[in-house]
Design a protein around this ligand. Structure first.
Ligand SMILES: [Zn+2]
Length: 381
């Protein structure tokens, strides 16, 4: 699975002079229970005539060697529980990175100077990192989850207690026994809260979920400090003894609901603001412009947006449309730039949240809009 740190690392990977092959694959099975990425891959290889003279095992072409490494990676590393793959391989060197994700990615192959990060950024942005705490009187189990995949797992257990018969033997009453049990629980929860806070600092989940009996959840969460408390988005009856996969299974409907709600909220807010001409950008050109001026607060993009534009060779400005020369400096423009990729890259660099929404929902803005930090000077269009 990928994280924001991975995206940033890929963005800031310096150009080595060699091109990078970026490959995204849908690894889900079809109705015949088969994966079809092999068909896509061979079709893509067919696009490169230089591979005709290339031979397996004795690559004359660096591209052929890169494809071999990719295929080998898929064969050796792919885990069947995943549905999407993002692979990066530098052509002419050994550099390679692969990510497996729980959601299918649209098949796509690109060769460019830099790794294409759009599809991976979409997964990371649309599937936040959740921290899950499963608590009972004597144990705390902590998980981090992203898009239904367990990223990390740790446990804390209370020190063992004397068995009830020993308590009876020492002559204490039932009430004393109950009080002592209660004290033990409170002591353990104090320790568990410290553990959760440390976990939060280390993994930095965006949201937290606490599972357990109603009473345990109430007691445990009331001890949480404000920084952790404000990340708490969901509590529910605990799974008791369960495997991580069962916990994930139980939480999937909640994750789906949250994702849908977040998307709907972003769209409503954008449409409201555009209507009121208040701190909003609409359309690819205006959004791109505001993004380059560092004025965007939240970027809203249609999934799998494909929009070709250009970049000024003199001042570096990106343009989704132009009439031959740069409107800012008159410089020459290089066409064929993937504008969606450019926008996602800029948003990630500026650490701006990106909301990915359905193409249909944003068709009125040609697939791009933004909530702004400032009121733009130009009119909306
Ligand atoms: Zn220019």
């Amino acid at each position: 699975m990928a994280s924001r740190e991975d995206i940033h690392r890929l963005i800031h990977r310096p150009f080595t002079g060699k091109q990078v092959l970026s490959l995204f694959l849908d690894m889900s099975v079809n109705s015949d229970n088969k994966r079809t990425h092999g068909v896509f891959l061979s079709k893509q290889k067919g696009r490169f005539s230089e591979l005709d003279s290339d031979r397996e095992g004795h690559h004359r072409e660096a591209l052929g060697a890169a494809f071999s490494r990719v295929e080998q990676w898929l064969e050796e590393r792919f885990e069947e529980a995943n549905k999407g793959i993002a692979l990066y391989a530098e052509i002419g060197s050994d550099w390679m990175e692969g990510y497996q994700v729980a959601v299918p990615l649209q098949n796509r192959l690109e060769i460019a100077e830099r790794p294409i990060i759009g599809p991976l950024a979409e997964v990371v942005e649309s599937h936040p990192l959740y921290g899950v705490a499963i608590v009972d009187r004597t144990s705390l189990w902590l998980l981090t989850l992203r898009s239904g995949q367990v990223q990390s797992e740790q446990r804390l257990a209370a020190e063992s207690h004397p068995a009830p018969h020993e308590v009876q033997a020492s002559g204490s009453s039932h009430e004393e026994y109950q009080n002592r049990k209660e004290q033990e629980r409170r002591n353990f929860f104090k320790e568990a809260v410290r553990e959760l806070e440390e976990f939060d600092r280390r993994h930095r989940p965006e949201y937290l979920i606490v599972l357990g009996t109603e009473e345990n959840v109430k007691l445990f969460t009331s001890d949480l400090g404000p920084s952790v408390q404000e990340k708490l988005v969901y509590t529910a009856a605990g799974p008791g003894e369960a495997r991580a996969a069962e916990v994930v299974e139980r939480l999937l409907p909640f994750f789906g609901r949250r994702k849908q709600e977040k998307e709907t909220r972003a769209l409503e807010q954008l449409h409201d603001r555009v209507r009121q001409r208040h701190f909003a950008a609409a359309g690819v050109q205006q959004t791109l412009e505001q993004l380059q001026e560092g004025k965007v607060d939240t970027l809203v993009l249609a999934r799998d947006l494909r929009n070709a534009g250009g970049q000024c060779q003199q001042c570096g400005f990106f343009l989704s449309r132009h009439d031959g020369a740069c409107p800012y400096c008159g410089g020459e423009i290089r066409d064929g730039v993937d504008i969606a990729e450019v926008m996602i890259r800029m948003a990630e660099e500026q650490e701006i949240p990106v909301e990915f929404v359905s193409q249909q929902a944003l068709a009125d803005m040609n697939g791009a809009g933004a909530l702004l930090k400032f009121q733009p000077h130009s009119g909306l269009g």
